[in-house]
Design a protein around this ligand. Structure first.
Ligand code: FPP
Length: 248
């Protein structure tokens, strides 16, 4: 399948689910699935710029993942530290800007330092923004943004809150993909998902590849995004709309 020609730059977000099942099917420890998941992520990062994708946001560790067995949590921290050490020089060469979204306070010093160094090393890159949500939760994002606005005495509006969220530098995702045959958001980008197109695949994350990405992009290209308008209004760009009423 060839990649579709996209009319606009695209922001894709992915819930990379199914690493554990991929490993269990092979009688391997779950952490082997997460390691394979990093290789898949590398492939997908590489595949984004030629397809017109300018931002990729991935869910690598949720606020709730601390509830997993200790060895899996430690393993995921180690994988992150190792992936940063190994991959940042390549990301730098490929023009990828990496950013980490999530609560850093309860991460180890080693991990925190890794995140800061990776961000600093890639800050001026522009071919793709890669947002890695690590120790991230959509509710945490909204609650902490609201708390900062309240502490500053700023009025909480859709605009002020939106500007305070972790993903404000990229805007909302156009397409959210979830692998692993589960159909839920699991506290990922709750605010920003408002108008995203959702795409679910049975493929486990380590089995996801460029052709699976193309299948998602083809499906996305066939969808009509209406943002509250009627199909006719969307088809006729010149159609008049009423000024939005002020809320009463
Ligand atoms: C969900 O699969 C996946 C995760 C909780 C971790 C995702 C992490 C990676 C893809 C690699 C890490 C990447 C970085 C940058 C650190 P699951 O474990 O819930 O799978 P299951 O549903 O089959 O059990």
């Amino acid at each position: 399948m060839t990649a579709p020609k996209l009319s606009k730059p695209l922001h894709i977000a992915i819930v990379m689910d199914g690493n554990g099942r991929w490993a269990s099917k092979r009688f391997l420890p779950r952490i082997a699935g997460h390691k394979q998941g990093v290789d898949t992520l590398k492939k997908i990062v590489h595949a984004c710029p030629p397809r017109g994708v300018t931002a990729l946001t991935v869910f690598a560790f949720s606020s709730e993942n601390w509830n997993r067995p200790t060895d899996e949590v430690t393993g995921l921290m180690d994988i992150l530290a190792l992936a940063i050490a190994r991959e940042v020089p390549n990301l730098r060469k490929e023009g990828v800007q990496i950013r980490f979204l999530g609560e850093r306070a309860n991460l180890s010093l080693r991990v925190k330092k890794g995140l800061e160094e990776a961000e600093a090393a890639t800050v001026s890159n522009t071919s793709l923004i890669l947002n890695v949500c690590f120790n991230y939760g959509g509710r945490w994002d909204i609650a902490s943004a609201a708390a900062r606005l309240a502490a500053n005495g700023t009025e909480i509006t859709e605009e002020s809150l939106s500007n305070e969220l972790a993903l404000t530098h990229c805007g909302d995702p156009d397409l959210i993909i979830r692998t692993g045959n589960e159909k839920r958001l699991s506290n990922f980008l709750l605010w920003q998902a408002a108008y995203a197109e959702l795409y679910f695949t049975d493929l486990l994350w380590p089995d996801f590849d460029e052709s699976a990405l193309d299948a998602a992009l083809h499906e996305f290209a066939s969808r009509q995004r209406r943002f509250g308008k009627t199909p006719d209004q969307v088809a006729d760009r010149s159609a008049k709309t009423v000024e939005r009423q002020a809320p009463c």
